[in-house]
Each structure stands twice: as structure tokens, then as C-alpha cells.
Design a protein around this ligand. Structure first.
Ligand code: NIG
Ligand code: FE
Length: 404
């Protein structure tokens, strides 16, 4: 039996567990218990709260000077892919924008070429490096998308790699089919979309969600609606890359299609933000992408929260528009550029991120999985403040120390 007491925790952060995501003003509520302890039996939390002498355990971890939180959840990544695209960095600095690079056959299509060439093992080995870093940075739940195959064989290859990662590493994953991520060179977009729709029956066994890139030059609102409607009919929850660059009404479509999340939303309309407050769709904001694309305008997190919406944050790790595995860095950008409060940020990377991918994580109630991070920080505001470095000192996955 594995039992552990974590004692002398300076402050214990307890995001509120609820049936749905935290919305609007609730996002600024975070219970914090000072001088706390956590007791773990096997893989679960059996006590968390003020220090008491009521428990014995075979192992004690002294968390003096540290704060503790549920392990972080990264609800939007493209972690399985071949190759890299550092050559685009210079192009972008010369003023060639992201969608122009894609239109010229680069960008996502470049990564598609490299992903097709890579074997299952090569993709696994490459993604493993990112996953190990994510765990070291305190992330124990990760969503992983396909979308660099654009054909049956290679989309399934990516999803199989993603599933193998979930088996081999001490973390929880959710897998997303993103077949309609770009239009292959020379293909007709309607015909290609139909091919991806035809794959839904098969990918249902490999993926938890169906996602689409709705953007100028990629898939239109009508095409996205057709895809999402079909996925819904087949019983798959849907997600959408929406209003990243142009305001197409992707957020409204997400809500209409009862999407579990709408992601990016930099250019979301005021009407979309109003509707968000009356829906259970989670806005997954990706400010690292805005930063990395060198844009000035960030998603309007404040407007979404003030309209009563649920906001989450993710890295969007991918080889083109946001090359970082560091969710703590995203917390800093959310503070600086999205003007989110520390409490909102912590809820956005724990409980709301978990709701964005329908997983019971991101809280530390009795009976929850003991996915815990001890942070070398004096308080919870410190992590978005001291940016760019790793503050995670000890990471426990289901009660086992996986990083120290
Ligand atoms: O979420 N916007 C579309 N998809 C990814 C980027 C993928 C890539 O550039 O390789 C995103 O930003
Ligand atoms: Fe993405």
C-alpha cells in the first residue's frame, strides 16, 4: 500500500469542484488553506485541509516553504507531429503572415509532410520529449490532437501514438481527431472534408473529440457546421479552432453545436461573447499563440468572463504557431496580456481546463486522484509573476512521485 502525508504546506490551492466549468465571477473564487496537509492512500486524496495528527503514513513529504495545487491540465496541444519549422521564424519576421505561409504550402502542410514521413516510433520518441517536459512543469493531463496526417493512415498513426503515450507515461490524456486541419495541396476542400467526415465512424474508437480549423482559407462556417453536426449525430463531442485570425462567427457556431470547447477566439464577436455566458462551452484561450505569432490583439478574456463565460488556458503546443510545452509561461502571458487575475488563471489551468476536455481532474477533493504539484513559490500569485522558469518542485501522479 502506498500512503503519503504531505505536511507543512504553506498554502494549499483548492479550485472548486462542480458539475460544470466555473463561469463569470465564480472564476475569481479560489479556496486557499494556509498551513495545510494532504493525506494520500494508494492513488487518491483521503484528507486535505488544516494540519492534524489524525493520520499516519509510511512516507512523509515535508513541503515547508512550498505551495500545493492540483496538477495542471493542458486542454489543447498538437504534441504528436514530425519535424519542426524554425525556418518560418525568419519568414514571419520579414512580414509573411501565418495564413500566407500556409497558402504557399508551408505551415501546417509542411508539418504534414514531415509527419507522413515519420514512423510510429519516431513520432512517439519525439512527442515523449515534450511530454516529459510537460510533466516536469506540473502538467499531468494533456489533450492531444491529430491533424498532421490529413489521410486515414496518417491520422490514425498520430492517434495511435497519442494513445501509446497515455499508456507509457504517468499522465492522463484525451485524444482529438482534427482531420480537417488544412486542405491538402491540390485537393478540393468539400471533397476533402467529406473524406474526413467519412472517417468519423472509425476514429470514434481512437478519439474522444472531433475538432476542425474554421478560418479564412481553411474551412468555412458552413463546412464546419456540416462536420460538427455529423460528429454530434455520431455521438462524438465537438471542438473548434474558432475566430483565431478572422471574425467568422466560430464562437457562435461552437455554442450552436454544443461544443465542449471553442478554442483561440482572438477575433470572437461581441455577440459570441454574450452567448458564451449562457452556454456550457468552455473558451480555451491560447495567448502563447498570439504572442508567438507576434500579434498585438489578444483574446478578450475580460469580456468573456464579464459576460458570465467559462475561460480556460492551454499551451496550444505545436511546431508552428506556439512552440512551448510550458503552461506556467502561458499563465504569465494570461496575466500580462489577457489581464486575468491570479485566481482566474489558476482555475483556468485546473478545473476549467478539465471541463474543456471532460475529465475529472483539476481539483483536490477527498476521493480525487492524487495528482498534485508542490511549487517552490511563496504564494499562488508568484507563478504568473516570475515568468519563463519552472517552479514545480515535486510532482505526484496518482500518489506516485514522478518528478522531484
Ligand atoms: O492551434 N490554427 C491551427 N492549428 C494550430 C497550429 C498548427 C500549426 O501551425 O502547425 C493552432 O494554432
Ligand atoms: Fe491548435
Amino acid at each position: 500500500m502506498n500512503d503519503i502525508i504531505i505536511k507543512n504546506i504553506k498554502s494549499l490551492l483548492l479550485p472548486k469542484k462542480s458539475a460544470g466549468p466555473l463561469k463569470g465571477k465564480e472564476m475569481d473564487e479560489l479556496e486557499i488553506i494556509d498551513q495545510a496537509m494532504i493525506v494520500i492512500k494508494d492513488d487518491k486524496v483521503v484528507y486535505r485541509g488544516a494540519e492534524t495528527d489524525d493520520y499516519q503514513a509510511s512516507e512523509t513529504i515535508d513541503a515547508s516553504g512550498m505551495i500545493a495545487s492540483p496538477a495542471l491540465v493542458d486542454p489543447h496541444t498538437h504534441v504528436v507531429h514530425g519535424g519542426s519549422r524554425e525556418h518560418e521564424m525568419a519568414l514571419k519576421r520579414q512580414g509573411v503572415d501565418y495564413l500566407t505561409i500556409l497558402e504557399q504550402g508551408g505551415g501546417i502542410l509542411n508539418t504534414v509532410e514531415q509527419t507522413k514521413k515519420a514512423t510510429h516510433q519516431e513520432l512517439f520518441d519525439k512527442a515523449s520529449k515534450n511530454i516529459i517536459r510537460m510533466i516536469q512543469y506540473g502538467v499531468l493531463t494533456v489533450e492531444s490532437k491529430s491533424g498532421y496526417g490529413l489521410d486515414r493512415e496518417n491520422e490514425l498513426k498520430q492517434l495511435e501514438v497519442s494513445r501509446e503515450i497515455a499508456e507509457k507515461f504517468p499522465l492522463t490524456m484525451r485524444h482529438t481527431f482534427l482531420g480537417p486541419h488544412a486542405i491538402p495541396k491540390g485537393a478540393n476542400s468539400d471533397a476533402f472534408l467529406d473524406e474526413m467526415i467519412d472517417l468519423l465512424d472509425e476514429v470514434k474508437d481512437y478519439a474522444d473529440f472531433a475538432d476542425i480549423f474554421c478560418e479564412t482559407g481553411v474551412f468555412t462556417i458552413d463546412q464546419s457546421r456540416k462536420y460538427m453536426e455529423t460528429a454530434n449525430e455520431k455521438g462524438m463531442r465537438v471542438k473548434i479552432h474558432a475566430d483565431e485570425i478572422d471574425p467568422l462567427g466560430g464562437l457562435e457556431l461552437a455554442i450552436e453545436q454544443n461544443a465542449i470547447s471553442a478554442d483561440h477566439l482572438v477575433a470572437a464577436s461581441d455577440e459570441g461573447k454574450r452567448q458564451l455566458g449562457n452556454s456550457d462551452t468552455v473558451a480555451v484561450l491560447l495567448p502563447g499563440t498570439t504572442f508567438y505569432l507576434g500579434k498585438e490583439e489578444y483574446a478578450d478574456a475580460r469580456g468573456m468572463i464579464e459576460n458570465g463565460g467559462a475561460v480556460s488556458l492551454a499551451t496550444d503546443y505545436n511546431p508552428g504557431s506556439c512552440v512551448t510545452d510550458n503552461l506556467q509561461m502561458i499563465m504569465a502571458i494570461a496575466s500580462l496580456k489577457l489581464k486575468m487575475t491570479p485566481n482566474e488563471i489558476w482555475n483556468a489551468v485546473t478545473v476549467n481546463a478539465a471541463h474543456a476536455i471532460d475529465v475529472d481532474k483539476g481539483t483536490l477533493e477527498v476521493g480525487d486522484d492524487a495528482d498534485i504539484v508542490l511549487w517552490d513559490a511563496p504564494n499562488h500569485e508568484y507563478i504568473p509573476y516570475h515568468y519563463g522558469v519552472n517552479h514545480a518542485r515535486t510532482v505526484l501522479a496518482k500518489g506516485q512521485v514522478v518528478y522531484r
